[in-house]
Structure formats: structure tokens, C-alpha cells
Design a protein around this ligand. Structure first.
Ligand code: SAM
Ligand code: SF4
Ligand code: SF4
Length: 375
């Protein structure tokens, strides 16, 4: 697999390996497959590890406090570096790019990056599906500029419609009204479709499932799709417990008691959400059951961290240091071949294995945090 050396880095947070450059450089064919036969279609790019929220399931306040050291600016991939890598991933078959973080709208001038990415084309000449996941706090201000830069659609996280519950979930006392204004702005400028993500934590915000669904139906209509995400055991800081996971099956039961639902077929290969339509034609909702129904079997996603490490799985503890190649003078051919090697050796399927053997990271390593590699 080419994982030979574990390299010490000045700003090392998670273990990283130097990707191996194969001696025979084979040009990307777009047909790359990992060891389980899964293609590479989706690249998630974390543009910052910083965030203005402190959602307890992601960046609990007692860990990510004033003393926490975020990645220094010089260590971040520059926009040109991200775009160069994105181009190589596209040559390998990637058709979808998602900017995430941390809070991606905190990255200065992120619109400029979107404009660079929007200019990329697949080998067949098609534009890419470019999207962004945001907590919505800065969306009202930024929606227009994002759209003009070439962003097509957006996913906004919203964990409650009740203001008190929402403030408790973000743990920085941020009002839900500002996020709702952000969603309205996104709709107004034509970002579509808009998806909303609600992470459901049993006993904390599960009483918001029906009220939030009702609000979305009444105020935004069928163009906005609410998705319920099972609370995941990602990272090592959120104190995850299985009894705080509300299985999607129960989300569907609770919703359908108020709004009858009909199951819809998946629209895309590797789609994570199970889709349900409101029987009265009022749009659809989705359930992302990462804990109770693993979807590793067709996981076609790679993740690029803020400082240029490539992760093969949300639950990985070791990345592959692409920044070292970018800044080490390697050619596009060499970097593309190294990416091909890494993906070719991939056999990650954490969620499928979770129930069998909870795999602890190796000694001296820790699982990567969500705000660092993005959701
Ligand atoms: N800050 C942005 C946001 O919140 O939308 C983007 C980054 S955030 C890490 C991406 C997504 O991951 C969000 O929808 C968030 O709710 C979700 N997420 C974070 N921690 C999670 C966890 N432990 N379980 C399930 N989803 C989680
Ligand atoms: Fe920030 Fe998003 Fe994590 Fe919440 S989920 S702390 S908004 S990065
Ligand atoms: Fe993909 Fe890893 Fe999630 Fe499975 S656990 S779906 S391999 S990111």
C-alpha cells in the first residue's frame, strides 16, 4: 500500500504517512477502484479547522477552549494548492466536491476558492457538482457572493427550531433566527437544492424532529430537504454513547405519525441518505443512518484535511500527507500516481465493522476529529 514511513511534522495532530510514489507512473484513467471495488467520486475538502460554534457532538467547549491551538495559517493548504489537488482527483473520477470544515465560511475569501474549483471540468468536459456544508451563521451575508463565484447548492446544519434548544446545541448562544435568514438568502439567490442537516441526539434535541420538519414544510417548501443524521462516534472528544443515538427507524416512526411518508428510491450511487416523500406532496426528508445501517459498501468519499492530509474514512486515525508532495516539488503525474496508490490500497469500512469489533486506534494514534477533516 506504500505506507512506509510515519513522518514527524512540526504541526502534527494526527499520524500521517508520506504517500509512496510508484516507480511506474500510470496516468489516471477515471476508473480507480479501492480494494473493495469502490470508485472514487466524492472529495470533501476541509478549508478551516476553526468554528464559531461549539456543538457538543463535534467541538465540545471544554476541549476546544481558549487554550486550544488551531492549525497555524502557514500550514493550511493555499487555494492554488487545493485546486491543483482537486484537478488530480477529478482526473481519477471525482465528480463532486464539498467544502466543509470547521466552518468553511470563516475561511477568508472562500468565494475565490469556489471560483477556481468551478472552472474545473471532468475528463468528459462536464462541470463538477460543487457544494458546501455550513452552520449557516454567515450565510445571509455570503450567499450572493457564493452563488456568483459558482456554488450551485448548499447544505445547512440546523439542529432545532426552538431557539433555546438551538442555542444549547451550538453552545455559543447563537440564535436560530439568523440561520433561518441564511437559508432564506440561499433560496433567494438560487442555491438549489438546499439540504438541511439535523444531528439527532436522544434526550437533547429529539423533541425537535417534528417541529423542525413542520417549519421547513411551512416556510421553505419542497425545495428544501431536511435530513436527520444519527449522532456518530466520530473523533475522540464528544463522549459518544450509543444510548444517545436515536435510530433513524424511530425518526421515521415519529414523523410518519404526523406526516405520512412514502419511501423513495436512491438517486445516486454512493448516496448516504435514505429518502422519504411526504405523502401529501409536501416535499421529502432524508435519514442518514451512519450508526444503525452502515453504508460503507458503496462509500466513494475521500477527505482532504485543512493542512492537506488525505483520509480514506471519517473514522481514520492516519492521513496521507499530500502537502508534503505539493511543497516538495513533485509533478502532477507523481502526485496523481500517489493518490492512485492510496485509494487503490483502501479497505476502510469502519461503520460496517463497528458492531463486530469496536476498532481502537493503534497505540500513539487517535481518531481524527470531525471539525478537522469535515463531515
Ligand atoms: N460547520 C459546518 C456545519 O456544521 O455544517 C461544516 C462542518 S460539520 C463538521 C459537517 C456536518 O457534520 C454537520 O452537519 C454536523 O452536524 C455534522 N456532525 C458533526 N459532528 C457529528 C457527529 N458526532 N455525528 C453526526 N454528525 C456530526
Ligand atoms: Fe462547528 Fe459544524 Fe462542528 Fe458545529 S458541527 S462545531 S458548526 S464544525
Ligand atoms: Fe465511508 Fe468510513 Fe463512513 Fe464507512 S465509515 S461510510 S468507509 S467514511
Amino acid at each position: 500500500m506504500g505506507e512506509s514511513t510515519v513522518i514527524p511534522l512540526a504541526d502534527l495532530r494526527y499520524a500521517a504517512v508520506a504517500p509512496r510514489i510508484p516507480e511506474q507512473l500510470r496516468a489516471p484513467t477515471g476508473l480507480l477502484a479501492d480494494r473493495l471495488g469502490r470508485p472514487l467520486r466524492d472529495l470533501r475538502i476541509s478549508v478551516t479547522d476553526r468554528c464559531n460554534f461549539r456543538c457538543s457532538y463535534c467541538m465540545p467547549k471544554d476541549v476546544f477552549d481558549r487554550d486550544y491551538t488551531f492549525i497555524p495559517h502557514a500550514s493550511l493548504l493555499r487555494f492554488e494548492e487545493i485546486t491543483r489537488l482537486a484537478r488530480l482527483f477529478v482526473a481519477h473520477g471525482v465528480v463532486k466536491l464539498r467544502l466543509t470544515g470547521g466552518e468553511p465560511l470563516l475561511r477568508k475569501n472562500v468565494e475565490a476558492l469556489i471560483a477556481q474549483l468551478a472552472a474545473l471540468r471532468t475528463p468528459g468536459g462536464e462541470p463538477l457538482d460543487i457544494t458546501l456544508t455550513t452552520n449557516g451563521s454567515l450565510l445571509a451575508r455570503k450567499a450572493q457572493a457564493l452563488r456568483e463565484a459558482g456554488l450551485k447548492r448548499v447544505t445547512v446544519s440546523i439542529d432545532a427550531i426552538d431557539d433555546a434548544v438551538f442555542r444549547r446545541m451550538n453552545d455559543v448562544d447563537f440564535p436560530v433566527a439568523d440561520v433561518l435568514r441564511g437559508i432564506e438568502a440561499a433560496q433567494r439567490v438560487g442555491l438549489a437544492p438546499i439540504k438541511l442537516n439535523m444531528v439527532v441526539k436522544r434526550g437533547t434535541n429529539d423533541d425537535q424532529i417534528v417541529p423542525l420538519a413542520r417549519h421547513v414544510r411551512d416556510h421553505f417548501g419542497p425545495g428544501v430537504v431536511l435530513r436527520f443524521i444519527e449522532y456518530m462516534d466520530v473523533g475522540a472528544t464528544n463522549g459518544w454513547r450509543m444510548d444517545e443515538v436515536l435510530p433513524s427507524r424511530q425518526v421515521v416512526e415519529r414523523l410518519s405519525a404526523v406526516f405520512p411518508l412514502q419511501r423513495l428510491p436512491a438517486t445516486a450511487e454512493g448516496e448516504t441518505a435514505e429518502r422519504w416523500a411526504y405523502a401529501d406532496g409536501g416535499g421529502e426528508v432524508g435519514c442518514i443512518s451512519s450508526v444503525t445501517q452502515a453504508f460503507c459498501g458503496d462509500c466513494n468519499r475521500a477527505r482532504l484535511s485543512t493542512e492537506g492530509k488525505l483520509f480514506m474514512c471519517l473514522f481514520a486515525s492516519r492521513g496521507h500527507d499530500l502537502r508534503a508532495l505539493l511543497r516538495g516539488g513533485f509533478s502532477d503525474e507523481q502526485i496523481a500516481a500517489a493518490i492512485g496508490e492510496v485509494w487503490g490500497g483502501r479497505e476502510d469500512r469502519y461503520s460496517q465493522l463497528r458492531a463486530l469489533v469496536p476498532p481502537a486506534p493503534a497505540a500513539g494514534e487517535r481518531r481524527v476529529e470531525m471539525h478537522y477533516i469535515g463531515g
